[in-house]
Design a protein around this ligand. Sequence first.
Ligand SMILES: Cc1cc2nc3c(=O)[nH]c(=O)nc-3n(C[C@H](O)[C@H](O)[C@H](O)COP(=O)(O)OP(=O)(O)OC[C@H]3O[C@@H](n4cnc5c(N)ncnc54)[C@H](O)[C@@H]3O)c2cc1C
Length: 474
Amino acid sequence: MSTDDYDVIVIGAGPVGENVADRAVQGGLTAIIVESELVGGECTYWACMPSKALLRPAQALRAAQHVAGAAEAVTGTLDVGAVLARRNSFTSDWSDAGQVGWLDSAGIALARGHGRLTGVREVTVTAEDGTTRVLRARHAVAVSTGTDAAMPPIAGIHEVSPWTSREATSAQEIPESLAIIGGGVVGVEMATAYAALGATVTMIARHGLLGTMEPFAGERVEATLREAGVDVRTNTDATSARREGSEVRLTLVDGSEVIAQEVLVATGRTPRSADLGLEIVGLTPGEYIRTDDTLRVPGIDWLYAVGDVNGRALLTHQGKYQARAAGDVIAARARGEQVHEADWGRHVATADHATVPQVVFADPEVASVGLTAKAAADAGYRTRVIDQDMSTVAGAGLRQDDYQGQARMVIDTERDVLLGVTFVGPDVADLLHAATFAVVGEVPLARLWHAVPAYPTVSEIWLRLLEAAGRDTA
Ligand SMILES: Cc1cc2nc3c(=O)[nH]c(=O)nc-3n(C[C@H](O)[C@H](O)[C@H](O)COP(=O)(O)OP(=O)(O)OC[C@H]3O[C@@H](n4cnc5c(N)ncnc54)[C@H](O)[C@@H]3O)c2cc1C
């Protein structure tokens, strides 16, 4: 057993932990990161990167198929082997050598093994061979251990060895048929990908699809999934599962059966906090680790929780934003410098509360930021909701012959600023950041009117929305 001292210990080398350590080192501190699997975390190997790599070729093909002239040139189908090979390259064939090299170049030490809190500012790392190493932090320990797929309480589900997002994003063969339990983002994206790659897909969703977003998002995505041949079963649930030979049989609440070669469970996430030694600091293992806006655990001045494991916003970009705040505030506190903890200060993650951007890479794409109309009303805002059909925009028609889409903005009528914006349509992902500027910046609509979208682009939807809001004479 050896003992080492560092200024900061980070448990978990996902995108978030890497950024906490990097910012702390840039702030003049020493840092070590503890990782039990692959440096780069879920996002790099089993989530964002491989899922988007699986989706992109089909999206590119669809785009060409919907532009006359180009469509005639596209006569083949997806090359599944090439799609999977390209996906493999985005995960570096599940090797973290590149990311380990980056840690080195950033001056961050690495300890391979499982990290657990064993005392105040103390983490014990158990390596795969059972050897242990005790790390002590002079200033802070940051927990960035992420989440695992949650298992729903379906009788027999464990016995059928279901896929989680890990198997779905790393499969080297496409099953003939796939049943997906869950109608959230992961379920929708994997249904889109696997249907395009040739599997017969059945979705089982407790409510509608994409339930936390504006209702028209899930409705449009559901319609396209059905057109693509996906059997979408909403307002239902699986009650039991059993494997018979090469098939899984799921029984639904109405007694009907869904039979598929594989079943993917996509029913949410659970924090990786069960085996972290949280009990020694009075926290409950297995729960999300709640923090203040500087990502510090209330009442424990040396402990931070950053990224998915704090449950604030389970998205890589939001976790990395938290990491920048956390790494910087750890360094500022260590050096006795001023902490900027008022809302929107550089040491707080204010944007987590009501201005989170998200893209669902389905067909059509869904891009949203801030509050939905329902969430805004529930939060007590007086709102006005403006909806516009995106097919009326010249730039949209040029982009795709039969462009269909919808946009919504939710206005706070008291302050005349935007609380939320949602776009649903082909290639809307890159429209989102303009909306994020408007929402985060609380830009008054009267001023937004002067942000003129270039002609002929899909961004002209902004003009349609603002005209409809009555700002054309402002
Ligand atoms: C299928 C899927 C697709 C997604 N797509 C997107 C997307 O397109 N865009 C987006 O923004 N978000 C996406 N997400 C969410 C995104 O993956 C997470 O928000 C992100 O990975 C969180 O980063 P993290 O660093 O907090 O945790 P993780 O990436 O989960 O990393 C945590 C790390 O901690 C390590 N670890 C855990 N416990 C210990 C321990 N005790 N000791 C040592 N190491 C430990 C783990 O091995 C892991 O490497 C997706 C999620 C899924 C499931």
